[in-house]
Design a protein around this ligand. Structure first.
Ligand code: NI
Length: 191
């Protein structure tokens, strides 16, 4: 396994729309090894998720995992999940104000509106079709990762640039209010 270099904002390949993966391609040892590397890279960087586009592979594959994450201590845990060819379908119009960071956007966070409930249809790493409902803060994480597969960064969805903050400034000026909002989202949606 290997830790892969992560592209940073400004790299044009972060803006590519990733292509779907076939089951034959997914079964190849090199694709399975790539998924292992994606997970290792996510762990190494303390990410809550990592999309293939972020490590310069334009494939519709992303990894998500939250396990008492020091980078995002307020996020509810999510077991390790590999999404292949994911499709997101919002359930209803409910949204919430998230504040996001990204391994491809070093030292910056910003406010983004996300759907609060989603149906996620995808394959697992072995090509089995899965469907799950995700809610609340977890739904925000899924939307952030799948956005990467369409060449979108959270920056593109920041409606009010005054919410942008470096991590130090975020901790000093925005974290307390945000954690209160997270508690309300988790109380309402259970995650
Ligand atoms: Ni990201």
């Amino acid at each position: 396994m290997a830790v892969l270099p992560i592209l940073h904002v400004g790299h044009p390949n972060l803006r590519l729309t990733a292509r779907e993966v076939t089951r034959e391609e997914l079964a190849l040892p090199e694709t399975q090894a790539f998924i292992d590397d994606l997970v290792e890279t996510m762990h190494h960087a303390n990410g809550a998720g990592l999309a293939a586009t972020q490590v310069d592979r334009p494939l519709r594959i992303c990894a998500i995992e939250v396990k008492d994450n020091p980078r995002y201590p307020y996020k509810p845990n999510i077991p390790l999940t590999i999404l292949v060819n994911p499709v997101l379908e919002p359930l209803g119009d409910d949204t919430f104000d998230n504040e996001e960071g990204c391994l491809s956007v070093p030292n910056l966070r910003g406010g983004v509106r996300r759907f609060a409930e989603l149906r996620v249809t995808s394959w697992d790493r072995h090509g089995a079709t899965e469907q799950r409902i995700v809610r609340g803060i977890t739904a925000g994480t899924f939307q952030h990762e799948v956005d990467h597969l369409d060449g979108k960064l959270f920056l593109d969805r920041v409606e009010d640039p005054r919410t942008l903050a470096t991590w130090d400034q975020w901790k000093a000026h925005r974290e307390t209010a945000f954690i209160e909002r997270v508690r309300a989202v988790v109380a309402r949606y259970g995650s």
